[in-house]
Design a protein around this ligand. Sequence first.
Ligand SMILES: *Cc1c(COP(=O)(O)O)cnc(C)c1O
Length: 337
Amino acid sequence: MSNAPALDLTAFPRYALIEGSTPIQHLSRLSKLLGDVDIYVKRDDVTGLGGGGSKLRKLEFLLGEALAQGADTVITVGARQSNHARLTAAAAARAGLACEVVLTRMVPREDDDYVHNGNVLLDALLGARIHDLPGNADAMAFAQNRADELRKAGHKVYLAPLGGSSAVGNLGYAACAVEILEQARALGVSFDRIAVPNGSGGTQAGLVAGLLAMGEDPTRVVSHNVLATHENTLSNTRLKAKETLALLRPDAVLPDASVIVEGGQRGEGYGIPTDAMREAVRLLASVEGLLLDPVYSGKAFAGLLHDIRSKTFAPGSKVVFLMTGGLPGLYAYRSAF
Ligand SMILES: *Cc1c(COP(=O)(O)O)cnc(C)c1O
């Protein structure tokens, strides 16, 4: 890895939610079991606030922007078991802001655990007002109407998009790219792949934009789509990576080939369990004691396992998998295991 200059993100308001760096750990038992490839995990699930998870990285910049605008209320949108909604509620509580979450029943699960346990339980405990919408509802339109209503009543409202994946939110993962490079250097390893889940695309977009802005190869980041189709995820993530890079290096160009998304793990749709996801969750839990989530990281890790088992990596390759959190989802998906 080259001695790349660190990114300067000081121009962007940031509200600290994560202390220090999240650990990178070597999975020696799983690596030995699978052979050939050295597997590491970047523990973005180990972030203290509100049960932890990757969305806190975006929320540092989203809340930075909200507070700079003088907001007193944050509204965001998501699926019923949205981790982003839960962590927005936690971050808002920490910052002293009111929070409303607009949750749709877009996932075809209606059992009690899915509807009321997991993230939904935590949203309520964290003080968020929950709006419960049917699966076909336009959550953003509802959120905008609600924001207008609150503004008429004298409030200053900040609207965060699905997954927190605005260009400003994605800066959280540009910052994470810096962190990964610094840690790799300190560990004396060079990662051939940075494997990540892809939902709303901001995680990958931020990593890709951050690496490009530092003059590093962005094609080491490979995602698996779990929300939209492969084609839509690819175009959405490219767009978001371009928007994010424009904040960092207004003159830089993002080649389309910078964004690599692998399909094959989404199954029947967002939030719908697959056998490969179940196997991945059980394997990592039983061999390494680590907990994936059923919606994002479980499917993405299944994709990584598939790639390792089908010998797509050269022997001795080093891979780091981004553990993004979402543990509360396991309680919501009890009936799926
Ligand atoms: C939101 C989320 C992701 C996906 O991140 P995007 O930036 O939306 O692609 C992955 N894992 C977990 C646990 C998440 O909550």
